[in-house]
Design a binder for this molecule. Sequence first.
Ligand SMILES: *[C@@H]1O[C@H](CO)[C@@H](O)[C@H](O)[C@H]1NC(C)=O
Ligand SMILES: *[C@@H]1O[C@H](CO)[C@@H](O)[C@H](O)[C@H]1NC(C)=O
Ligand SMILES: *[C@@H]1O[C@H](CO)[C@@H](O)[C@H](O)[C@H]1NC(C)=O
Ligand SMILES: [Zn+2]
Length: 552
Amino acid sequence: MTNLILRFSAIKTKFFALTVFALSLYILFIYLLSEKFYFANKKLPLSSVELPNVVVHIDLKGTPLKLTYLESLFPLMRRYGVNGLLMEYEDMFPYEGNLANLSAEYCYSRVELKKFLRKAKQSGFEIIPLIQTFGHLEYALKLAEFQHLREDPLYPDSICPSKIESLLFLEELIKQIICFHETVTALNFVHIGCDEVFHLNQCQQCKERLGIINNQDLLLQHVRFISEVVNSLSAKTTILIWDDMLRDIKAYVWLNIEPFNNVHPVYWDYGSTLRVTHKNLYAYHKNFPHIWIASAYKGADGRISTMMNVRERFLNNFRWMRYILDYKFGGEASYTFNGIILTGWSRYSHMDPPCELLPVSIPSLVLNLLVIQNFKSGFSGAGINNERVVVENFFREHINVELNKSFKCLTNYDNLDFSVCKFEGQELYKIMIQYILMKKEISKELSSETNAIATLEYYSEQGSINMNNVLEIKEYLVTKLDYLKNLENLLVKEISKYYHYDFAKEYTKYKSFQTKNKLTKLLNILNNYMQKRIWNRRTVSKISNVSTQGLL
Ligand SMILES: *[C@@H]1O[C@H](CO)[C@@H](O)[C@H](O)[C@H]1NC(C)=O
Ligand SMILES: *[C@@H]1O[C@H](CO)[C@@H](O)[C@H](O)[C@H]1NC(C)=O
Ligand SMILES: *[C@@H]1O[C@H](CO)[C@@H](O)[C@H](O)[C@H]1NC(C)=O
Ligand SMILES: [Zn+2]
């Protein structure tokens, strides 16, 4: 019997050893075949994207950024390959004459803006003004003197392209901006917006317009008209437009129009999963001399976002680069996209609250510029399908080394935290992180099921709160309110280093308003309740003899 057991366990041991051996062989085999090994040990052929223009979008709508701060970013942007600035002034431009009311009161002065533009030109940036000419004209159409130009009287965003006064207004707008710039520099490009025209072909005048069959006709005719206005003022200027309104144009409509010879569509997509289609690109390729693309480094993660989602921003840019790498329309050579605009939205629209601030977005900007720079100088992961492997290698080899050099910090793809990085907005960045944590903690506490805070509003009306809980809750509220006020002061101080003081106040108040009101309200409730010395007996409702259905 013992013998048998011994023999059996010997067989078991042998079997186990064999299994382990086979398994190790298998793992080694898989590893040798894996892309990780392949990538680390083989020099893959480099392929690269061309992208002659790398443009950063400076969105100034309702965000009076100090121009001296913007200038201080020039060396950094040049170092990471930026050669153009898309200036979306909106209400920050010093308009004149009958357009004077389009400017916010804190708009730039003509003198300081010219000085800035000269400096930008000297630093090697192409200046591309963005002038909205169809939708997103709230800053003009909201005013009494321009409300008659709206396509739909209810909505101040879209202009009616069929009214003579609209065209005169747009001509004046374009003229003021182009003439202002041309005293500093010739404009190679002007961006005429034309995205998100939410109200199109709705008014009687548009519907009855001769020769216009549908919305797309109207749109294309307007684009043609505006591009002619631009070229009548500045013959050599190329016109850029956002592409979204072109996406639904049917193939037969494209076939029946005359191709544009001086307009370049900018195909924008800010998601980590691109929804770009070959069909659209092909239509643009056939109807326009060049195509641009646009990604986002900030302002695309929600209209009230405080900090951008860095991973989303990275993946958006990274996937764009992989998408256009060796892009081919047919059998011919790789297509060259004329440029990329890295958008950095400051508000989703004129009347939306501000989203992420520029100073806290610098690490994201640099990270994404590094992505583009590396794809321009040659990308070695083209043959690898496992994106995770490519990204991790890419981070280790290109991103980390550069961030360490420029910002004295190390990060990796799993932990995209820049709060330890040394850059000018670091202090503000840290305060924002603190703010986000605090807000999360408070909202969790206010709805907690383990303490009585969430019951205060109802039970104070009922006159029934456990007095033993009251002091503790009060202390919590007072502490949080103090902390919040402290944070507000810090925020105003930090933000006004970069922006006009009024904007610093707006941003700070907007961020703390709701939380502060809620805490204050609860504190008032408690303070009143604490006066209570006598409580009533529980009473019975006067209507309790009626059927209890639907009594609340
Ligand atoms: C600007 O707005 C003010 C106040 O509404 C108005 O009195 C003035 O006429 C406007 N200016 C122009 C140039 O329309
Ligand atoms: C980061 O930079 C420091 C010097 O600035 C250097 O000593 C260190 O090796 C760098 N680390 C990495 C991982 O590149
Ligand atoms: C409750 O019952 C009493 C007696 O039946 C009746 O007079 C009274 O109207 C009832 N109350 C309501 C709210 O129906
Ligand atoms: Zn109209």
